[in-house]
Design a protein around this ligand. Structure first.
Ligand SMILES: NC(=O)c1ccc[n+]([C@@H]2O[C@H](COP(=O)([O-])OP(=O)(O)OC[C@H]3O[C@@H](n4cnc5c(N)ncnc54)[C@H](OP(=O)(O)O)[C@@H]3O)[C@@H](O)[C@H]2O)c1
Length: 271
């Protein structure tokens, strides 16, 4: 989409790998100046090099978004060094997949801090500047785990549901402000998210799509001003199917997990 985002200043969290890295490069290729943030400097530098091939003023910031002070510094640095943020992409996230019987409160808090509190904090820091200009876009990367109650992902699904619901309420508040909100619901995208340490194996059941495929759908959705973007789109039907029969959907999910456990994979309860 060359030129679609000409002159836009785009901040992408979690820009060191996976979907965030792909989005950063796609926005840069479409004419934006990009700022990326995450913890791994070496990985950010590699992504930045690719972004700078299109947008030489692109920048990186090393930030651990579990730390509220780091979130505030990132907002200030992005505003100062990019000269403003037109599109904020809250993409950084962690899964911490485990059966609920092995979940502890500290893990729940960590997941909430990174997946919910940090994007909200970053949004609130940048919102006044968007309001001042009367334009802007907040793109929050949730997950189909939120509407579909993914097994073994209760902490993760809840954090992503919180982010989605916050986003939708915010969209109503901002309806006439010139600031638009997009919630992205990826399904299964082939990234490092499924091989991170300290996670149960992924229960699976759906074929993964590539980062490039996911990025194309997301960028198209943002360009079109979509409020919700399911990746791939068929997950929207799964979500509305569940909403019409929650007990039936959950019983089906439990049966699926039972079958996976019998086959020796998935997030089983402790013996
Ligand atoms: N892949 C999927 O199928 C899928 C499905 C649904 C939703 N999602 C969501 O999509 C987003 C991107 O995930 P991905 O699949 O691309 O996985 P990924 O490659 O693991 O990317 C996660 C990104 O978040 C960053 N991050 C994690 N913890 C951080 C922290 N404390 N501070 C700053 N940055 C942090 C990571 O960077 P550092 O490690 O360098 O900090 C990395 O850049 C996540 O929000 C994820 O929940 C993915």
């Amino acid at each position: 989409m060359p030129g679609t985002f000409e002159g836009a200043r785009v901040l992408v969290t979690g820009g060191s790998s996976g979907i965030g890295a792909g989005l950063a490069e796609a926005f840069a290729a479409a004419g934006a100046t990009v700022g990326i943030a995450a913890r791994r400097r070496d990985r950010l530098e590699a992504v930045l090099e690719r972004c700078r091939a299109h947008a030489p003023a692109s920048r990186l910031w090393v930030a651990d978004l579990a730390d509220p002070g780091a979130v505030d510094r990132l907002a200030a640095d992005a505003l100062a060094e990019l000269g403003g943020v037109d599109i904020l992409v809250n993409n950084a996230g962690i899964p911490k997949r485990r059966h609920v019987t092995r979940l502890d409160p500290a893990t729940v808090e960590t997941v909430m801090a990174i997946n919910y509190l940090s994007p909200v904090r970053l949004t609130l820091a940048l919102l006044p500047h968007m309001l001042e200009r009367g334009s802007g876009r907040v793109v929050n990367v949730s997950s189909v785990a939120a509407p579909l109650s993914s097994p073994g992902e209760s902490a993760y699904a809840a954090s992503k549901a919180a982010l989605a619901v916050f986003s939708e309420s915010m969209a109503v508040d901002l309806w006439d402000s010139g600031i638009k909100v997009t919630v992205v619901y990826p399904g299964v995208v082939d990234t490092e998210l499924f091989t991170l340490p300290d996670n149960d194996p992924f229960t699976g059941g759906v074929e993964a799509i590539s980062v490039d495929e996911a990025v194309a759908v997301i960028v198209e959705g943002v360009a079109a001003g979509a409020l919700s973007v399911y990746v791939p789109g068929f997950f929207a039907e799964f979500a509305s199917g569940k909403a019409q029969d929650v007990p039936g959907f959950l019983a089906g999910a439990a049966e699926f997990v039972r079958q996976r456990a019998a086959a020796g994979s998935g997030s089983e309860p402790p013996a």
